[in-house]
Design a protein around this ligand. Structure first.
Ligand code: SAM
Ligand code: SF4
Length: 448
């Protein structure tokens, strides 16, 4: 792979988990009234699908220097219950708004560290969420687990509440990298949680990251080998997102010069990609590897996979409600985000006010472009839109990438080539009319 392309195309760009991307949401399109209207409409229209709930649990007991998530570092466990009360209050505010009681298709506990919370408190949370509603057919409950804080009690208790998928934060097993990440977690610690989760019958996901400080292909190899030997059902091999300007992120704790960049960073991914494929994993989307037979593999094969804020998903439902500080909700044609401030979140949720800070109601054109971007991020392929002006605009932006063999266009079908895969986010940018029409330069992580 030529380093010329990396120098040319590696630039700031969205990760395209939603479209329009948050910095380009249109504040004029959004109000609490329009948000409620959009949710009500979707619930009336698609109530059979059930809704997904994302619950953000923001506390962690120490700061990992690579982390780009919205979290609060604390050792004060007495904060758990007030937070849970606020989340349940927020949930009830939504239930009061909804024209009918929704059924629950999916619950995902993310963070922060959900297993920072005691099992007793998580039980109060989940029972409180489920008490006023019923479950859709084949519900999917999952949670993110830090190996250090996930006990047998957590694994057992969450299993009894219906959780069947666990995402273990591994990142990299190399000791010197773990020291730079302020996250020393030996193999035995991960294995203990992994083995017990297996025994109970969970589907297991391991999160790895490439592009970490001091990481090289050679240094990453043992991580690949250990991961493969444990045979998780899914492996997410994320690109390290360097966003040190974001509030609450500790990414200035290591030297930026130690970060592998451009072709060197991508080579670490390529080595992992080859390794997992050689060991029976199927590549899915931009950064996932799954065992054949896994639900995500089946969804990918049948075109049912989609990219969401929580990674790739097999569910199709339109309403994805985000509860908790900083969570993002989707209604089908709109988005809303909760405040990133913990105290403000709790105070507003407690008083029954939706703790929103921003949102966007999508136009028909937004929805069309979102579909194309989703296809690219899932399958590296999409059609050109039919509308002539839009099509001409996108084509003119794709021309140079076509000349650089990043993609081919055949009968209005765009296919990202093998050479072009690292630059799929750049290809998506050609479809990002909101970004192109705006004069604002936004801060994003690099596309590679
Ligand atoms: C909310 S975090 C983790 C859950 C749990 N707190 C833990 O650390 O294990 C979910 C995953 O996001 C990924 N992640 C966090 N910060 C990242 C970054 N800056 N770039 C890429 N991936 C990141 C990590 O792989 C992490 O396991
Ligand atoms: S990686 Fe997980 S444990 Fe570490 S700071 Fe981020 S959310 Fe907390």
């Amino acid at each position: 792979m030529t380093s010329r392309l990396f120098t040319k195309y590696n630039r700031p760009g969205s990760r395209y988990t939603v479209y329009p991307t948050i910095p380009y949401w249109d504040p004029d399109s959004f109000s609490k009234e329009s948000w409620v209207q959009s949710l009500t409409h979707s619930l009336n229209e698609y109530s059979d699908e059930g809704i997904s709930l994302y619950i953000h649990l923001p506390f962690c007991d120490s700061l990992c220097t690579f982390c780009g998530c919205n979290k609060r570092i604390t050792l004060r466990h007495e904060q758990e219950m007030p937070y849970i009360r606020a989340v349940l209050k927020e949930w009830h505010s939504y239930l009061n708004i909804f024209p009918k009681t929704p059924s629950i298709k999916e619950i995902h506990l993310g963070g922060g560290t959900p297993t920072f919370f005691s099992m007793d408190n998580l039980k109060i949370l989940i029972e409180g969420i489920l008490e006023p509603v019923h479950l859709a057919e084949n519900p999917e409950f999952s949670f993110e687990a830090h190996p250090k804080s996930t006990s047998r009690t957590h694994l057992h208790g969450l299993y009894n509440l219906g959780f069947r998928r666990i995402s273990l934060g591994v990142q990299d097993y190399d000791k010197s990298i773990q020291l730079a990440l302020n996250r020393v977690q030996p193999l035995w610690l991960v294995k203990r949680v992994h083995d017990y989760a297996r025994e109970l019958g969970y589907t297991i996901n391991h999160d790895l990251i490439y592009g970490l400080p001091n990481q090289t292909i050679e240094r990453n190899r043992p991580t690949l080998e250990i991961t493969e030997s444990l045979k998780p059902d899914r492996i997410a091999f994320y690109s390290y997102a360097h966003v040190p300007w974001r509030k609450g992120v500790g990414q200035r704790a290591f030297d930026e010069l130690d970060l592998p960049k451009n072709a060197e960073k991508r080579a670490i991914f390529e080595a992992g990609r080859q390794f997992f494929k050689d060991h029976g994993y199927k590549e899915v989307g931009i950064d996932h590897f799954v065992l054949p037979g896994d639900e995500l593999a089946k969804a990918a094969e049948t075109g049912r996979m989609r990219r969401t804020l929580n990674g790739y998903s097999t569910t199709q439902n339109k309403i994805r409600l985000g509860l908790g500080m900083s969570s993002i909700s989707e209604s089908g044609d709109g988005f809303a985000q909760n405040t990133l401030d913990l105290e403000e979140y709790q105070q507003k949720a407690e008083t029954g006010e939706l703790p929103l800070i921003r949102g966007h109601i999508s136009t028909t054109k937004d929805q069309l472009l979102a579909r194309h971007i989703n296809e690219l991020m899932c399958y590296f392929e999409t059609d050109l839109p039919e509308e002539p002006i839009l099509k001409a605009d996108i084509l003119s932006d794709l021309k140079e990438m076509q000349e650089d063999e990043i993609l081919i266009i055949d009968h209005d079908r765009i296919t990202v080539t093998e050479t072009g895969r690292p630059f799929v986010r750049n290809v998506c940018m050609a479809f990002d009319q909101r970004m192109k029409e705006s004069s604002r330069e936004m801060m994003f992580s690099q596309t590679v």
